[in-house]
Write a protein that binds this ligand. Structure first.
Ligand code: FE2
Ligand code: FE2
Length: 160
């Protein structure tokens, strides 16, 4: 079935960015995507619909945060959201014509894409939102402290 079988995205604390509203939405994204990755063929349309609804709210909220707070250099982030949404909608049409394989490829690509997007684009926004809304930098408490450090960990420790 899923060629993505051993690359199913699962939540782990390494994905936490320290801005609560965003971390909650990111956990939902991982749930929706892993449901899509694990769905039987007959359940793919419903799982893809659920992911689309999630992504609309998720990306829409981040785009709105960037707009409302005047986040610098938001274009690249907004464009990446739009590109993902466009791909998802294209795949939705092909799935409606019976192409389950293209849906599974999309799920795999999203599982590979999300950690990098979160690490490079969302983490900068999380940092910014903490400063805007909370007056400080994000504090991330991770349970799996033995995990490899990520580039954003390094960035955060440099600017302390
Ligand atoms: Fe995000
Ligand atoms: Fe994002």
């Amino acid at each position: 079935m899923a060629e993505a079988g051993d690359e199913t995205l699962a939540w782990h604390d390494g994905l936490l960015l320290g801005y609560g509203p965003m971390d909650g939405v990111h956990q939902e994204f991982v749930q929706c995507l892993s449901a899509l990755q694990q769905a039987a063929d007959a359940d793919l349309p419903a799982a893809l619909d659920a992911l689309e609804a999630h992504v609309l709210a998720h990306f829409g909220e981040e785009d709105r945060w960037m707009e409302e707070t005047g986040f610098p250099a938001r274009e690249c982030h907004v464009n990446e959201h739009a590109a993902v949404l466009a791909s998802l909608r294209g795949v939705k049409q092909r799935l409606a014509q019976g192409d389950a394989a293209v849906c599974r490829r999309l799920a795999l690509e999203l599982a590979r894409w999300f950690p990098g997007h979160a690490d490079y684009l969302d983490s900068a926004l999380a940092h910014w939102m903490c400063k805007q809304r909370l007056g400080g930098k994000p504090v991330v408490v991770r349970r799996d402290i033995g995990r490899r450090r990520t580039p954003s960990d390094n960035a955060r420790s440099l600017d302390r």
